[in-house]
Design a protein around this ligand. Structure first.
Ligand SMILES: Nc1nc2c(ncn2[C@@H]2O[C@H](COP(=O)(O)OP(=O)(O)OP(=O)(O)O)[C@@H](O)[C@H]2O)c(=O)[nH]1
Ligand SMILES: [Mg+2]
Length: 209
């Protein structure tokens, strides 16, 4: 399945919520998903955004276990262009005991190589909380997986970090730290819950159209 925009990140970072909010912001009510199961079979699913929000983001870890590609229609000149944004299974440190989760993570890493734009979702509120707990902030770093994804992402032309959950109290601190840590990299603060930050997100999405 061809992938244009790819959404990656740790489990529970807010990837699916981001995709659903993006669809809303683009004025889409009826979602059109292509779901690639870990056994390679692709299925088409349709549902409305509200229904999807209830089913897809219940807050359990490893909620998303397949590549789910949103087919989005974006205005471009006189005609609309169709773009594909793929939501992935969340990555977690260590070898997960569940084979289905391991397969889903491998599938996520493979699709990183093919995507045109990679959106890396990092929970800014969790980063902020971790910073508060840290004894030495100057030695603070993210979890191994996030650091690896940043290293991989930096080697690409189009890599955007989405500092998520900005509506939560500790997120400001987390965002500030992420901006410094990413140096010249692109960090966009967003809240999928409140819909903030999506004007800038849309600019990156236009590049796919
Ligand atoms: N406060 C707040 N909570 C959020 C936001 N975005 C997501 N969440 C919550 O964070 C939890 C995880 O969100 P998901 O969108 O399912 O995260 P995910 O990265 O797709 O998770 P996996 O599929 O398990 O990897 C859910 O309880 C969401 O309601 C946000 O902007 N603000
Ligand atoms: Mg998900």
């Amino acid at each position: 399945m061809s992938t244009e925009g790819l959404v990656i990140g740790r489990t529970n970072a807010g990837k699916t919520s981001f995709c659903l909010r993006l669809a809303r912001v683009l004025g889409i009510r009826e979602l059109n998903w292509l779901v690639e199961r870990t056994d390679g079979v692709t299925q088409r699913r349709r549902m409305n955004v509200r229904e999807a929000e209830e089913i897809l983001t219940s807050g359990d870890a490893h909620q998303t276990r397949e590549l789910q590609t949103l087919i989005l229609s974006v205005p471009r000149g006189k005609a609309d262009r169709v773009i594909r944004v793929t939501d992935t299974a969340g990555l977690a440190d260590g070898l997960h005991q569940d084979a289905a989760v391991r397969k889903a993570m491998a599938q996520t890493l493979r699709s990183m190589l093919q995507a045109r734009v990679v959106f890396h979702v990092i929970d800014a509120a969790s980063v902020g909380q971790a910073l508060k707990r840290a004894r030495d902030v100057s030695a603070f770093h993210l979890d191994y997986l996030d650091e690896q994804m940043i290293a991989l992402g930096k080697s690409r032309q189009t890599y955007v970090v989405l500092a998520s959950k900005m509506d939560l109290p500790a997120a400001r601190e987390g965002y500030r730290w992420l901006r410094q840590h990413l140096d010249k990299g692109c960090v966009v603060p967003i809240s999928a819950r409140e819909g903030t930050g999506f004007q800038e997100v849309k600019r990156h999405v236009w590049r796919l159209a």
